[in-house]
Design a protein around this ligand. Structure first.
Ligand code: ADP
Ligand code: MG
Length: 463
């Protein structure tokens, strides 16, 4: 009928606007390179903050002892205890506890959020066996992964630039994050020293590099998205400090805030951005990462329901609720292999209370999930290609046998198989066969936890 035609044309237009032909991806990567240079040249020189991590020496593998880590940066928060065994043994043991953050704390006061974190950490510590108590006169040491943009003032201090990913707590913007945490640790009576403050991307580089010396960058595709990589210090004009012995510095790009006129943005992205807690910011993140993909699908479905009676005469009211359709549910629908797409039918019924969907409808929903995830995955690949180009590692130089490995982590990369496969294939497409042979992509688990503990160890005052 005419209505079906209209729904299909909404989908078709959306699909065209989300198009990411290879030439477009090359332009995106080129824009990324330009912004990387600008962000390294001067503070505030670019939408890419290119933050200096103060990590100029990655863990050697000799680190030994018991270290703690806190991982905050998404919907969950974790406390970890990591036992490092030195050269031969590496990471001997990891204990961890995950707590979901009550939503009201994400937009409340910093006092409440940090007290919640400190209290959870104190509980974790108090339940540990006697053998883990530090020797008399010693303090426990902690690596704090805080995955929001922070202007670091040292390896263990830094001020929050802004929030993202659904957090918004004004009173702590511009404040020292470690100072806030330390005050809360004192309030709950936990005697622990924050030895390192890091971003999850930096932890991912540290953890992955610990196991593979070819690792040059870490990328997170989870609730949000971001990347960090190893830069040659002599190419960081804004770096005013001493030149580190290693000659290198890990840079936290904060690439989620990347934006370019070459990005394929649609009316739905614009509406999502306007309704967000951080309008105008994190545009790259809002079309790539797990927090948002499901909601883009919801917005297109809503339009199809409103303008083309896609689900019948009545617009299903649940479809109007922001973020009701989560990316894991989108992924489940996208991967539905049953002939009648019964997973899609079940998700539409359970989440959106839409009954009796036809196979034709379900197929359109799958197609929509495909459009949204393919765009995100291909753009993520373009970002990685941009890093490789910046480092001159996107081509093979004769006589050189240089390998480069990108470590990836995050729930989106880990669990959304079609997204992951598309991203890896697109990166190969951008590199071409010859260069693709020299580039590896590996899943590096839990850099935000173990990486933080490793960096705390390398900063230990008892070395
Ligand atoms: P964070 O980024 O918050 O530190 P994770 O790396 O665990 O945490 O990523 C969690 C995010 O990954 C979720 O918000 C969700 O968007 C995405 N995700 C988790 N599971 C899946 C899944 N099965 N399919 C698609 N996306 C998923
Ligand atoms: Mg994480």
């Amino acid at each position: 009928s005419g209505k079906w035609g209209h729904a299909e044309s909404i989908l078709k237009v959306f699909g065209e606007e989300c198009g990411t032909p290879i030439e477009k991806l090359r332009k995106v990567a080129e824009a990324m390179v330009v912004e990387m240079h600008a962000g390294l040249a001067s503070e505030g020189g670019s939408k890419l903050k290119m933050l200096i991590s103060y990590v100029d020496n990655l863990p050697s593998g000799d680190e030994k002892g018991l270290f703690y880590a806190l991982d905050l940066g998404g919907t969950n928060f974790r406390a970890l205890r990591v036992e490092l065994g030195g050269k031969e043994k590496g990471v001997v043991n990891v204990d961890s506890e995950e707590v979901s953050i009550p939503p009201h704390l994400m937009t409340g006061s910093s006092h409440d959020l940090f007290d919640f974190i400190a209290t959870s950490l104190a509980k974790f510590v108090s339940s540990e066996p006697e053998e883990f108590r530090p020797l008399p006169g010693r303090k426990r040491e902690l690596g704090f992964t805080f995955s929001f943009p922070v202007r670091q003032t040292s390896i263990s201090s830094g001020t929050l630039i802004k929030w993202s990913k659904g957090f918004s707590i004004e009173d702590v913007v511009g404040e020292d994050i470690v100072g806030e945490l330390t005050k809360s640790l004192e309030r709950v009576g936990l005697d622990m020293r924050v030895a390192a403050l890091i971003n999850d991307t930096v932890g991912t580089v540290a953890k992955a590099r610990f196991g593979n010396k070819d690792v040059i960058a870490g990328v997170i595709l989870g609730t949000g998205t971001n990347a960090a990589y190893l830069e040659n210090v002599t190419t960081i004009p804004k770096w005013q400090g001493l030149l580190p012995k290693s000659g290198e510095m890990v840079i936290n790009m904060e690439w989620g805030n990347f934006c370019s006129s070459d990005l394929p943005l649609t009316e739905y992205d614009q509406a999502l951005d306007e309704a967000s807690l951080n309008p105008g910011e994190q545009i790259f993140e809002k079309i790539i990462s797990g927090m948002y993909l499901g909601d883009i699908v919801r917005r297109v479905l809503l339009k199809m329901a409103e303008k083309a009676d896609f689900f019948g005469d009545i617009v299903p009211h649940k479809l109007r609720i922001p973020f009701i359709l989560r990316t894991p549910d989108m992924s489940a629908m996208h991967h539905d292999t049953s002939s009648d797409l019964r997973v899609v039918g079940k998700k539409l019924r359970d989440i959106l209370e839409i009954e009796n969907t036809s196979l034709k409808m379900r197929k359109i929903v799958v197609e929509l999930c495909d459009i949204v995830s393919v765009r995100g995955a291909r753009l993520a690949a373009a970002g990685i290609f941009g890093i490789l180009r910046k480092l001159g590692r996107d081509t093979v130089k004769t006589g050189e046998e240089q390998k480069s490995v990108i470590a990836l982590d995050g729930g989106l990369f880990e669990h959304y198989m079609k997204f992951r496969t598309c991203m890896e294939n697109t990166l190969k497409e951008l590199l071409g066969d010859e260069a693709a042979e020299t580039i590896g992509v590996e899943h590096s688990n839990d850099g935000s936890g173990i990486g933080a503990a490793l960096l705390a160890a390398s900063q230990s005052q008892y070395l």
